[in-house]
Design a protein around this ligand. Sequence first.
Ligand SMILES: *[C@@H]1O[C@H](CO)[C@@H](O)[C@H](O)[C@H]1NC(C)=O
Ligand SMILES: *[C@@H]1O[C@H](CO)[C@@H](O)[C@H](O)[C@H]1NC(C)=O
Ligand SMILES: *[C@@H]1O[C@H](CO)[C@@H](O)[C@H](O)[C@H]1NC(C)=O
Ligand SMILES: *[C@@H]1O[C@H](CO)[C@@H](O)[C@H](O)[C@H]1NC(C)=O
Ligand SMILES: *[C@@H]1O[C@H](CO)[C@@H](O)[C@H](O)[C@H]1NC(C)=O
Ligand SMILES: *[C@@H]1O[C@H](CO)[C@@H](O)[C@H](O)[C@H]1NC(C)=O
Ligand SMILES: *[C@@H]1O[C@H](CO)[C@@H](O)[C@H](O)[C@H]1NC(C)=O
Ligand SMILES: *[C@@H]1O[C@H](CO)[C@@H](O)[C@H](O)[C@H]1NC(C)=O
Length: 742
Amino acid sequence: MQIQKQAFTLIFSCLFSMLLITTSNSIAKSGCPTKCGNVTIPYPFGIGLDGECSLSPTYNIYCNTSLVPHKPFLLRTTTDHLEITHISNTGIMRIRNNISTRCYQDGEVVESMSRGIAAINLFNLPLVISDTKNIFTAVGCDEMAIIADANGHASGCIATCASIEDAVEYNSTCSGIGCCQTATIPKGATIIATNIGTVFNHVNVSEFNPCGAAFLAERDKFVFNAADLSEDHTMFMESVMENVPVVLDWFVGVNETCQQGRQASSESGYICLGNTSCVDFVAGSTTGYRCSCNPGYQGNPYLSPGCTDIDECASERNPCSHSCTNVVGSYRCSCPKGHHGDGLKNGTRCSSNRSQDVMRISLGISIGFLLLSVLVSWVYFITRKRKLMRLREKFFEKNGGILLTQELPSNAGTMESSKIFTTNELKVATNNYNENRILGKGGYGTVYKGVLKDGREVAIKKSKVVDQTQVEQFINEVVILTQINHRNVVKLLGCCLETEVPLLVYEFISNGTLFDHIHKYKGTTSWLTWENCIKLAAEAANALSYLHSAASIPIIHRDVTTLVQGTLGYLDPEYFQTSQLTEKSDVYSFGVLLAELLTREKPLSLERDLEERNLATYFLLAEKEDRLMEIIDPQLVREASKDHLVMLAKLVKKCLNIHGEHRPTMKEVAIELDALMKQTRHPWINKNKNYEETTNLMGQHQLYPIHPIPSYGHNTSADNMVLSGRQYSMERSLISEMNHPR
Ligand SMILES: *[C@@H]1O[C@H](CO)[C@@H](O)[C@H](O)[C@H]1NC(C)=O
Ligand SMILES: *[C@@H]1O[C@H](CO)[C@@H](O)[C@H](O)[C@H]1NC(C)=O
Ligand SMILES: *[C@@H]1O[C@H](CO)[C@@H](O)[C@H](O)[C@H]1NC(C)=O
Ligand SMILES: *[C@@H]1O[C@H](CO)[C@@H](O)[C@H](O)[C@H]1NC(C)=O
Ligand SMILES: *[C@@H]1O[C@H](CO)[C@@H](O)[C@H](O)[C@H]1NC(C)=O
Ligand SMILES: *[C@@H]1O[C@H](CO)[C@@H](O)[C@H](O)[C@H]1NC(C)=O
Ligand SMILES: *[C@@H]1O[C@H](CO)[C@@H](O)[C@H](O)[C@H]1NC(C)=O
Ligand SMILES: *[C@@H]1O[C@H](CO)[C@@H](O)[C@H](O)[C@H]1NC(C)=O
């Protein structure tokens, strides 16, 4: 490890010295020394008085090898030597300073150097005293210092102080107290003289400040210290001369500008060589120019072959962070494959594309996903909508919509408001089939209360799955019901066929249900008198009879799909064998209703024995066992004659016949009930001449003795809500109960 390190150091030193040698070749002419002592002498200057190494004799440098270390001088005359401390290749030369000084005692000058005058003479040299890089300084407590050039341009400053303490405050500044300065230097001066004078010959300051000094020097190199006033003056002067140089500007093409130099007539010839640029040098009356390497080139612009390309990549200052390619006058940094950046150590360097790629890819993917999901959901919704539409169309077709639309328009004139509703209309009307809109549920399905756009209240009957074979019959029913304008038949406003199961829209009348009343008043005395009962029965029978006869196509009013307890009690037992509902099925159901009116018992009751659970069986059994009076409601037993009760019971028995063909027709039932009603009414006929009037009165005062209570959610017969009427409410309820298909 140690050996390796040493070897490395050795190799490095060798390389470094080689580098120095190569660069030194571009400093001085080949074969000429580049240095005198510690000072490098670049061409156009050259060491030697024969001019071999310099551009011209005025650039000769005398290197006094008697001195240690060797020192370079500008030899003006045999006595006037200027010691050079530094020559830069950019046009600057620094020379050792000369100082003006005088010392006083008792108001007399006791010691001075050349009468206090110091001079710099650059006459006939390609040098001027820099007026920008130097400043004139005087140090002392009673000084008046002057600087002047050969043309009489002068400048100066005055420095005073009353004590050392006075000056201490102004340490390190030349403000006039103990030290003064002026930056006004004659421009382009080749000969300059400085003089240190006095105002009062130090009469009152010589005790602490016997000597004054003045000098021209490079700016910012001299820093005043109050100690300078009192300390050993010789030491002070030596220190200044040693450490604070005077700056000179050197140039080529004396008395010529760049342009003049380039001309063929030029005396000295154009000095700037290849890959360089020329800059005019003008200072006062002095004219010349300087050469400099173009950017990206290095070398001595005055020395053949001029400036050469810098191989930026070769040096340890290689500006590139990765690969570097040198080109003439410049360089190129590049990044490895898969990386990006300017490749500069100084700049963005090179960074992997991966992170960027990952970002781009992930961005792309997310955008892709977004678009895809938008597309997919769009397609999904479109297809769903289409499917839904197709489904609606299918249902519409399946539910006989085409048939219905064919049937309906021909009758459109007579039906003011019957129509085919859309699913959306009904969905809005029922608040999306909201639970709290349910009026009732049964074996047939569910009835909702709805409000149409025009504000009409409707009952919407949502049946359970419909039998395909019944579609035609259903359509007939719809057509007929919408045509019928019978007082006992509830108004069917229309239907919706776009759902799997058609929805029926009825007029909505929110009155209490008949069967609430029938069962509620069991065993009590109520408005449900014998007369009212028989009237209700007659009206209902007439309505059904009308329905059966009014249409050429028979109407079947039964829920045929689902059998549940609620409707089972009314169902024609034949249906269980034939699965066919006929007009006589309606007669059976009507018989059950009559039995219900008479007994005020429910069509199916768990409270009765198993064999009597069905009201029809219960009634027939009682009739057979001749104990009808036991099961008929006591109010009716009281009010009606036994003959009438027996007559009605006989009618019920006929209606409830197991075999449909033995049952009377609805027409026959209606006739019998009408006759019974007339007999019943007969005793009071004088009192109520107008039947309609009576009905009205009953409707107003007896059918709704208290406030009508909407029976939302009623379990047995939602249709009672659907099929009702202002004055024929009970009758309509009866019919609806008969009428509760779909
Ligand atoms: C000049 O160089 C010598 C050795 O070469 C060194 O000792 C000396 O300090 C240098 N002088 C200056 C003023 O740099
Ligand atoms: C060179 O330096 C020596 C020693 O100081 C001196 O004697 C001699 O005169 C100098 N040469 C010139 C040419 O000034
Ligand atoms: C300083 O200036 C004086 C007066 O011109 C001159 O005689 C003397 O040689 C100069 N000293 C140096 C070191 O230049
Ligand atoms: C020097 O001091 C004396 C006595 O204090 C005073 O009279 C004189 O004016 C002072 N001279 C100057 C030049 O300040
Ligand atoms: C200021 O002057 C005093 C007294 O001569 C000296 O001790 C001190 O170092 C000087 N301060 C600076 C900053 O030069
Ligand atoms: C430069 O011009 C001045 C005045 O024009 C002249 O006196 C001097 O000799 C010229 N110098 C050179 C080196 O031609
Ligand atoms: C400029 O420099 C290049 C590269 O160093 C060199 O090939 C070319 O000759 C130079 N041009 C001139 C005019 O010297
Ligand atoms: C680095 O950047 C600075 C400022 O942009 C510039 O001045 C300098 O030359 C650059 N250095 C390199 C080696 O490119």
